[in-house]
Ligand binder design. Sequence first.
Ligand code: MG
Length: 452
Amino acid sequence: MTRLFGTNGIRWQPDKVDDHNFAIELGLAIGTYFGEGKTICLGMDTRVTGPMIFSGVVSGILSTGCDIIDIGVVPTPTVQFGVRTLKADGGVMITASHNPPEFNGLKCIDHDGTEMARVNEEKIENIYFSKAFHVAAWNAVGDINKNNEMIFRHIQHILSIFKPKDGQKPLKVVVDCSNGPAGDLTPYILRTMGCEVITLNAQPDGMFPGRMPEPLEKNLQGLMKAVTDTGADLGIAHDGDADRATFIDEKGNYVNGDESLALFVIDTLKSRKGKVVVPVNTSRKVIDSISSGGGELELTPIGSPIIARRMGNVNAIIGGEGNGGVIFPENMLCRDGMMTAARMVEVLANNDKTLSQMVSDLPEYYIMRSKYECPDNLKAKVLDRVKEISHDLDILDIDGVKIEEENWWVLFRPSGTEPIFRVTTEAKDTETAQLKLNEYKAKLKKIIEEIE
Ligand code: MG
């Protein structure tokens, strides 16, 4: 069946869709799913097409008889916080997260504030494609009310988690908010925590004049330079909707998401033992840190909604992905870039080492990623064949097929939206990682040729 939702919501380029009623019909499908009389908390990021899509989605939702609480231009986690705090029945965030400025999109939030489970997204897709919209009577259509205080309450909630310790080291931090919705929030949180804060790209601007919203190393050159130029202890970058935070060390080096996740895991396990939930493509830098810290590993398929839900089910102490999306259950069961930034400041402030020293103390592993074309209709057969030829090795098949050996692993994962397999390898040295990548891509090629 055709899908609307990817791993994290729906993404599209508004001027490239054929159906000009797309946003309205999405609103109709979402409102029909939640049901007449229900309340939906709604927010959007800073994208220029936000108000246009907002109007269409609002029109659709109101006509199904759902009420809307509009919390304004906010980070995605603030909508998730709003759903819980306002006891709404669900939420909608209009955002394309890290995608370029010409894109926009939409994420749905379940009643508990977590990103919507796939099974519920499928219900919305079914309503959308069958056009089985519920239309309320003229005197039962929904109402829309503004709530401007949710952002303030979210910040207060994050700050309430941190208790500064006596003699805590004051840090100098450069924050790059990507012209997104956390521009005046993360700096405020960090200043309240006692940091000296320098801001970059803090003004909200949907043209993203400062940098592209994906916090990749190539997009953070300005931040890396600002950290070294100002002699800062830390650089922090959000993606376009501030559910993620990426870090730069005091030498101006990019810290990858697996490394920062490993540091959070190590620090959390110092004071609490328990389960740590991460997806199958997580680096052994994190996995080894869980076992050496006395934690218990819980592996899931890829996708933050799955990780968040599993964390709730097993009462985990921390979880997250290697892309800067970290979930701290003392905050809430969703990724929150502002919370992640504040937590890194806490980790650094309570540690004698610099960030670069902490990163260099992590176990050494090298990860490599590639992709290989494969028609969608062959993907399941290819996976079965990979399992057959690897039967004498350690196999994990909760999401794609992962082969785990003592010094390396490889993961084959079919893309849900493109006719490709993603192939990831990790080893203790780059040569082995590259060797295994080449070897398994060659095996994949042979398997696909045999099946075709
Ligand atoms: Mg995001």
